[in-house]
Design a binder for this molecule. Structure first.
Ligand SMILES: [Zn+2]
Ligand SMILES: [Zn+2]
Length: 838
């Protein structure tokens, strides 16, 4: 650790406090301190091609000259090279695309520009920026769902800088291309802002929407240059190229100035073994630790009774239905459902730690913002902080507030004002504050739980720092494998990024519908098929023709229906299940059909904005779940049975005793029962059977096999294969977001000591979306890196037999049983020793 000196007062005091807390602890909660030095900006003269009117407009806004990265990206774009500008937050990416785009409008009176952003709010923000420049003849306009019908015609005819989103492009502009002919004919630039948000299935759809845009532009005679803006990531050029289907050059050297930040990584301490002090959200004070924590690893095969009985032997035996429902389980495979269930904690809660640190911050007068992932968490942190401060100095708690989306605009303004004036010293916020709102004058930022991506992490940390002053940021780890890994591997936070945005335009469930959209806009030619993916697109067109959806004629493939194809870019497939309160008929929300069996089965406890409901009935035919408000003192945990069969191998690595594969799989999943567990203790009250249909998913998976001989040679007893593989699978899923922008709910897994298709001990990790979303493919491509991080996460966890920070999964369909933590490390060592290095 380095010695730190501050020029500003607040952060130094706070860090001093944190250090005092550190020295009082048995094990230091501070795992690392990184000092990110201040950086002077490197400006460069306006590029020689800049039109004086454009240059003067920027200068009038106070931009005397561009930073080097802005000029570099702008010049590449001006020369016609597709470019992605991937630099940090607040590095001025907008100028990088505004400069060539506005220059084109200034020098060619007929040229047009299309700007795409993932949200309407961002497009509106950009519009304000363009309008402020006050350039003649640009005629910027947003074109989205809110645009009045009477304005649309004017925009199509006259606007030269149109700001919209991919959904509007897909639903309105491309199907109505004839009315946009004048606009498309002179299209000089397409700007794709925040392009890292186009990931997974949504990103795959957007990739085809952009190909359809390119096709329309070509038909009308233009060939626009693409300028993309991205958060920093592992492979910005590769991702951008996959998104637009053309080679892209990346500019990644950030030349903007920034203030110094001291960044601490903080791991909450383990709770004493004898008592578990619950986080406030669980709603009670202090209860005995669950007995299973200290139990020895479970033997294999498990007794024919329910695994819950075995793992919680000191607790009341479960009622008989559980044994009945489990007797029919096909034994040796362990799978992950795709939704959340709750785990009892073994570390002090990150919320409570955050509240303590926030109280410290207020006590020393440091203006601090705490980012908490959920709305409820933000409220809880604010309440705990207020209580702690009021106990010390009555009234001091008034200087803390919660802040989240959903507050009225006036309330938010009032809170921002109070913070600026110093009346408020601390806020606990959701990521509503991450984007947009311009809060200045903060000394420190506390980040409660890794926000999922490095882009978000730095966006949040970047909130700290007054002009020229130093700032403090603290990442407080939650009880989760990825958070735990990061606080013990600072190089993954501060070094070169490895996380990449992934998408898979070849997903047949995306490609087929998108080809229909394209065909309905204009018949598909053979040349078009190359644009949409070559042989894969040709095969899809043939299949659609066989189904009668497309008709092939000598001139190409035609859409045969009268209406347009119905394709939702953000859809997850199937009708969302509506959650309706029986007594009032009120619609509380919807749940993705893939998660409905787990979250909305009869008897399930369903949380909605902090209010607890119990499901009376799940009607799958009508896609409705009827619920009533009730706050029982138990949670519900669905149990499921998953089978997986290999359909085909697309790529593999033969590494002697180890095999690594990427390919297509069929997954069948059935939710068979659910457990009711006492809130707090985790005690299992009973297990109740469910009668839900089997669901099928064809998707992409990565898997590895290890020969039984090599596992035995590594010291793993055959009886421990299942627990070792299961534990490795859990941690592997938990660490995948390190290398691909996804969260663990996008991924499923299955492990088995002997799989019928591989005839070996095997761990599968699959995309939880029909046809795949690119996550498994990225895992395959970076397997050595991914599995090494997984191994490190398990090995470095201080627990004895496995905990939520390493091998336990909050969504295990088998109740986290069996799990063998030490042997999981041996499995991964065996795999890593055989695989070629990264
Ligand atoms: Zn652990
Ligand atoms: Zn599991």
């Amino acid at each position: 650790m380095q010695c730190v000196t501050f020029t500003a007062f607040g952060p130094a005091e706070l860090l001093h406090r944190l250090r005092a807390r550190e020295s009082a602890a048995a094990v230091s909660p501070i795992t690392h301190i990184e000092r990110v030095p201040a950086r002077a900006g490197r400006a460069t003269p306006w590029p020689t091609w800049t039109d004086p009117t454009v240059r003067d407009a920027f200068i009038a806004q106070g931009i005397a000259a561009p930073w080097e990265h802005q000029a570099a990206a702008a010049t590449l774009a001006w020369e016609g090279t597709h470019v992605v500008l991937a630099t940090g937050t607040a590095s001025g990416k907008s100028l990088g695309y505004q400069l060539p785009a506005l220059n084109a409008l200034a020098t060619d009176p007929k040229a047009t520009v299309l700007y795409l952003s993932p949200t309407k709010a961002l497009a509106a923000d950009q519009l304000r920026g363009i309008v402020r420049l006050g350039m003649d003849g640009v005629r910027p306009s947003t074109y989205d769902g809110d645009t009045p019908r009477e304005e649309r015609e004017w925009i199509r005819q006259h606007a030269r800088f149109v700001l919209t989103n991919p959904d509007m492009l897909h639903h309105a502009m491309l199907p109505g291309h004839a009315r946009w002919a004048a606009f498309f004919r002179r299209l000089a630039y397409v700007v794709v802002d925040e392009c890292h948000t186009y990931r997974g299935v949504f990103g795959s759809h957007v990739a085809h929407v952009l190909r359809r845009l390119r096709r329309s532009a070509t038909r009308y005679g233009s060939s626009p240059t693409f300028v993309l803006a991205s958060a920093t990531s592992g492979d910005p050029a590769g991702t951008a190229s996959r998104l637009i289907g053309l080679p892209v050059v990346a500019v990644t050297e950030d030349a903007s100035p920034r203030g110094a930040v001291t960044f601490a990584l903080w791991e909450p301490p383990l709770l004493p073994a004898s008592t578990v002090s619950l986080p406030a959200q669980a709603g009670s004070a202090s209860v005995p630790a669950p007995a299973s924590r200290s139990a020895a690893p479970h033997s294999w095969p498990p007794a024919p009774t329910s695994p819950s009985a075995a793992s919680h032997s000191s607790l009341p035996a479960p009622a008989s239905p559980s044994a009945a429902s489990h007797s029919s389980l096909p034994a040796p495979s362990f799978s992950e459902a795709l939704v959340d269930v709750e785990m009892p904690p073994i570390r002090r809660s990150a919320l409570r730690e955050t509240a303590d640190l926030l109280a410290d911050a207020v006590a020393v007068g440091t203006r601090t913002l705490a980012f908490v992932r959920s709305r409820r968490g933000a409220e809880v942190v604010a309440a705990m902080t207020r209580r702690a401060l009021d106990e010390a100095v009555p009234g001091l708690g008034d200087r803390v507030a919660a802040y989240r989306a959903g507050y009225l605009r006036e309330d938010r303004r009032a809170i921002e004002q109070a913070l600026l004036s110093g009346e408020l010293l601390a806020l606990a916020s959701t990521n509503a504050l991450e984007l947009g709102v311009d809060l200045v004058g903060l000394d420190a930022v506390l980040i409660c739980g890794y926000p999922g991506t490095r882009a978000s992490l730095w966006q949040q940390a970047g909130r700290a720092g007054r002009a020229g002053g130093e700032a403090l940021a603290v990442l407080i780890a939650r009880d989760d494998p990825l958070d735990t890994y990061l606080v013990h591997h600072p190089e993954a936070v501060f070094g070169r990024p490895v996380e990449a945005t992934v998408l898979d335009p070849s997903n047949p469930y995306v490609l087929g519908p998108q080809l229909c959209c394209a065909a309905s806009e204009a018949p598909l030619t053979h040349a078009d098929l190359d644009l949409f993916g070559g042989e894969g697109a040709a095969a899809a067109a043939r299949a659609l023709t066989a189904e009668g959806v497309l008709r092939q004629r000598p001139s190409g493939w035609y859409w045969t229906h009268r209406g347009r194809p119905e394709v939702d870019l953000r859809g997850t497939g199937g009708t969302p299940v509506a959650v309706v309160e029986s007594s009032t008929g009120r619609l509380l929300g919807t749940v993705d059909p893939g998660s409905s069996h787990v979250m909305l089965h009869a008897g399930a406890v369903y949380l909605h904005q902090g209010v607890s409901y119990v499901v009376d009935d799940l009607d799958l035919d009508d896609a409705v779940a009827l619920v009533h408000q009730e706050e029982p003192d138990w949670t519900t945990h669905a149990r499921d049975v998953t089978n997986l069969s290999v359909v085909g191998v697309r790529s593999y690595v033969d590494a002697g005793p180890v095999g690594l594969f990427f390919g297509e799989v069929d997954v069948t999943n059935q939710v068979v029962s659910y457990q009711r567990r006492r809130i707090g203790s985790g005690e299992i009250i009973d297990t109740r059977p469910l009668d839900l249909p089997v669901r099928e998913l064809r998707t992409m998976a990565v898997w590895f096999t290890v020969s039984p001989e090599s596992l035995v040679a590594a010291g793993v007893e055959p009886a421990d294969f299942p627990g070792a593989l299961h534990a490795a699978e859990h941690a592997g899923i938990g660490l995948l977001p390190l290398i691909a922008t996804c969260d663990r709910w996008d991924i499923g897994g299955l492990s088995t000591a002997n799989h019928a298709d591989t005839e070996a001990p095997t761990v599968f990790v699959y995309d939880g979306h029909p046809g795949g979303a690119g996550f498994a493919e990225r895992a395959y491509g970076t397997a050595a890196e991914w599995l090494r991080a997984t191994r490190e996460a398990i090995a470095s966890c201080v627990c004895e037999v496995g905990c939520p920070s390493c091998v336990q999964s909050p969504k295990c369909g088998n109740g986290n049983n069996p799990l063998n933590k030490p042997d999981a490390v041996k499995v991964l060592d065996t795999v890593l020793a055989a695989l070629p290095p990264a």
